[in-house]
Design a protein around this ligand. Structure first.
Ligand SMILES: Cc1cc2nc3c(=O)[nH]c(=O)nc-3n(C[C@H](O)[C@H](O)[C@H](O)COP(=O)(O)OP(=O)(O)OC[C@H]3O[C@@H](n4cnc5c(N)ncnc54)[C@H](O)[C@@H]3O)c2cc1C
Length: 387
């Protein structure tokens, strides 16, 4: 999704672009294109608006008007409201599949794009002036810049020997689309429980998209239980704020961890999206951050058409985007550690923190701005200016 977004952001740049994808792009059952809800921040919505993609996404998206953050068994609650932040919505929820299909359709309308699929990158040879890329069918091409947007298990990162730091949380996310007795009224719920965080995002047709984090191993029983047993467990963890859970859709699971590469840039190659940083979904920031990577890189590339892979372009990218990446990675790690901790002191500390936060509008505004992707230096695309 991040690589496609970059190719689309550069649609009017006059550059010739090749997109290499391991899966067949015409088939919509790619592993990344499932029914899990993706919360797009207000900043991401603005990027897609500038790329003229939002009109195709808008009728499928469900606006988030408020976010309710609570801690099971403790008193603290915080509420973030779009009105208070003076924005029409704090974010928008779409399924990964809906987003993927729209991006694919737009790729096929892209006049200066060559789609090489289903093919994989097999070997890379870098020189001072270009990169030679060999594909799985034996063909080669030479480019001024290679962008590795090939996800968490990036082949390009491995081929270049770029190291990364990782944190294993021993947690697994269970996702499902669910229907509750009471309407979500465009509110998203983030609930911290002693076993891990649980998020319910508002979706179309009165559904909510559930992302429930449990200790790895515990997902087996929840995945194999019947619908009623699962609904009972979910009810215990979430409570009755939305009444009874009436329908539980197909359940999937994802092992969770945190990874950030030490070096996202190396001689005419740059890693973006999950290839550079793969996050725990606790704050729903993974794709949003990857889209900002793409927006910043597109702007810098388009302003240096004479040599898009020149070291000063990639250094400028790193200087601009590193802070954003570090902030999101560190904030996500802090949230996972703080809100997955059962200790009495940490539990009371965080509920006090949530209660205090609710009474501190300035701090709340900062939190809302960060989660909307509106803090820090904004790219042209996020300011409504095409590249
Ligand atoms: C449960 C869950 C909930 C989430 N919720 C949110 C949310 O609410 N908001 C949010 O912003 N983010 C969310 N995320 C994170 C988001 O899904 C990811 O950050 C995003 O999908 C990353 O996109 P990407 O394009 O960088 O990587 P990927 O989606 O992994 O795409 C990588 C692509 O590269 C291709 N590829 C791999 N190797 C090769 C190769 N050698 N050659 C050619 N092609 C190759 C793959 O086929 C794939 O298409 C969530 C994640 C999870 C697990």
């Amino acid at each position: 999704m991040v690589g496609s977004s970059l190719a689309l952001a550069l649609q009017n740049s006059g550059l010739r672009i090749a997109l290499v994808e391991a899966q067949d792009l015409l088939e919509h059952h790619q592993p990344g294109f499932d029914d899990r809800g993706i919360a797009l921040s207000y900043g991401s919505q603005r990027i897609f608006e500038t790329m003229q993609l939002w009109s195709q996404l808008a009728d499928k998206a469900t606006a988030i008007h408020g976010i309710h953050i609570s801690d099971r068994g403790h008193f603290g609650v915080t509420r973030l409201r779009a009105k208070a932040e003076k924005v029409p919505a704090l974010g928008q929820v779409l399924t990964a599949k809906q987003l993927g299909i729209q991006l694919n359709q737009a790729l096929h309308r892209h006049a200066s794009l060559t789609i090489l699929t289903p093919l994989q990158v097999r070997a890379i040879r870098q020189t001072d002036t270009s990169v030679d890329v060999q594909l799985s069918d034996g063909q080669h091409f030479t480019t001024k810049l290679l962008v590795g947007a090939d996800g968490q298990f990036s082949t390009i990162r491995d081929l270049l020997g770029l190291t990364s730091w990782q944190r294993e949380y021993q947690q697994t996310a269970i996702t499902a689309n669910v229907v509750a007795e009471r309407a979500h009224q465009n509110w998203a719920y983030e609930r911290f429980t002693e076993n891990g965080p649980l998020a319910l995002l508002p979706m179309s047709e009165g559904r909510c998209s559930l992302v429930w984090t449990v200790q790895s191993g515990e997902e087996k029983a929840l995945l194999s239980s019947n619908e009623q047993q699962f609904a009972e467990q979910l009810q215990k963890a979430f409570g009755y704020r939305l009444g009874h859970f009436e329908k539980i859709g197909q359940r999937n699971s994802y092992p969770l961890g945190l990874m950030q590469t030490h070096q996202p840039v190396q001689s005419r190659v740059v890693l973006i999206g999950n290839a550079a940083h793969s996050l725990h979904p606790i704050a729903g920031q993974g794709f949003n951050l990857g889209l900002r990577d793409a927006a910043v890189l597109a702007e810098l590339i388009a302003s240096h058409p004479e040599d898009i892979g020149h070291p000063h372009v990639l250094d400028a990218y790193r200087e601009w985007q590193q802070q954003d990446q570090d902030n999101v990675v560190n904030a996500t790690d802090f949230l996972v550690k703080t809100f997955s901790n059962n200790s009495f002191l940490v539990g009371h500390g965080r509920s006090l923190g949530l209660a205090l936060l609710n009474g501190l509008p300035k701090l709340k505004n900062h939190l809302a701005k960060t989660s909307m992707g509106l803090s820090g230096k904004q790219s042209r695309l996020s300011r409504g200016l095409p590249v």
